[in-house]
Ligand binder design. Structure first.
Ligand SMILES: [Zn+2]
Length: 310
């Protein structure tokens, strides 16, 4: 065991660094260095076989006979693997590399790296996660951005923003993570926030703690900004009638709800107050961009949201 591995064996040592421990025993048993083309029996609808392919990637019941040159160009991982000395082989013998990835993942990655017309369509996050992790592990850089772009709308469609955040965090998907944090801070549904889901187990407890604090701080700052947005009325005085109607209207709403700082809501509150001067003062404020106006509040809330979701 102290012996330095050489040739194809050493290639496999490099390869084995990338396979999980639960598969290592099986993988070692599968490591046939070469295979006669005539003995290729593995074939499923996902298999790919280029007649002049010079290497076989094998997973479970599926073979992918492909070209080392293409794998080398697409992946530093395969470049390193194929750079190492290999045992002599005849044209009929094709090296086999057992792969940990499932057939669907390998089929997709190979389709991405070959210069063929191919449109990547991912419609479920489970597959997306496996695909991204495989592309990352095998260092197929050209696939990573493509997969991330496909994942973004999938994460946005997850109803629970906390679940979307946990998935994005698990996948190292920064764009998805940022979007999920924004949705989480703006979330109106206490039922969603109380939902228990297994993906939360993927994330670090400290990250989750920081996220919860971030939401609490953002909401607190927003509420302070809203409370400070009050101006007097020449009839009602410093505690205008419109304000209590406004407070009633936003009670229970997330402070980042678009309607909270809308001109319309301020106007409605003034109308409901029954004070004509409150109506006038709100109308005047709606047309100004100075402090203590609806537009100023909107700007402050945007700044707070941006600060906590970046
Ligand atoms: Zn008034």
């Amino acid at each position: 065991m102290d012996e330095t591995p050489t040739g194809w064996t050493s290639s496999m040592h490099i390869f084995s660094r990338y396979v999980s421990s639960e598969r290592s025993v099986k993988d070692e048993c599968c490591l046939s260095p070469t295979l006669s083309a005539a003995t290729i029996v593995h074939s499923t609808e996902l298999s790919i076989e280029y007649e002049d392919g010079d290497v076989i990637l094998r997973t479970d019941d599926t073979d992918f006979r492909v070209h080392k040159t293409v794998l080398r160009l697409a992946s530093p991982f395969f470049r390193s693997l194929f750079t190492l000395p290999q045992p002599p082989s005849t044209p009929e013998e094709i090296p086999i590399i057992p792969m940990e990835e499932d057939a669907e993942v390998l089929h997709t990655l190979i389709s991405i790296i070959y210069p063929i017309r191919y449109k990547l369509i991912i419609d479920n996050l489970g597959f997306a996660t496996r695909l991204l992790r495989a592309a990352d592990k095998l260092e197929i850089e050209c696939a990573i951005d493509l997969i991330r772009d496909s994942i973004t709308p999938l994460l946005e469609s997850v109803p629970n923003p906390l679940r979307a955040w946990a998935l994005a965090k698990y996948m190292g998907h920064e764009v998805g993570e940022k979007a999920a944090v924004l949705r989480y801070i703006k979330c109106e549904s206490s039922a969603l926030l109380r939902e228990r889901f297994t993906e939360l187990g993927y994330v670090n407890a400290l990250d989750y703690f920081d996220l919860v604090l971030k939401r609490q701080d953002a909401l607190r700052e927003a509420e302070t900004a809203i409370n400070k947005t009050v101006w007097g009325c020449s009839k009602c005085g410093g505690c205008p009638a419109w304000r209590s109607h406004y407070d009633n209207a936003i009670a229970g709403l997330n402070p980042f709800n678009d309607c909270v700082a809308s001109d319309d809501l301020f106007s409605l509150a003034a109308s409901a107050s029954g004070c004509a001067l409150c109506v006038d003062s709100v109308r005047k404020r709606n047309s100004l961009a100075t402090t203590k106006t609806p537009s100023s509040l909107r700007a402050q809330l945007r700044t707070i949201l941006s600060k906590y979701s970046s």
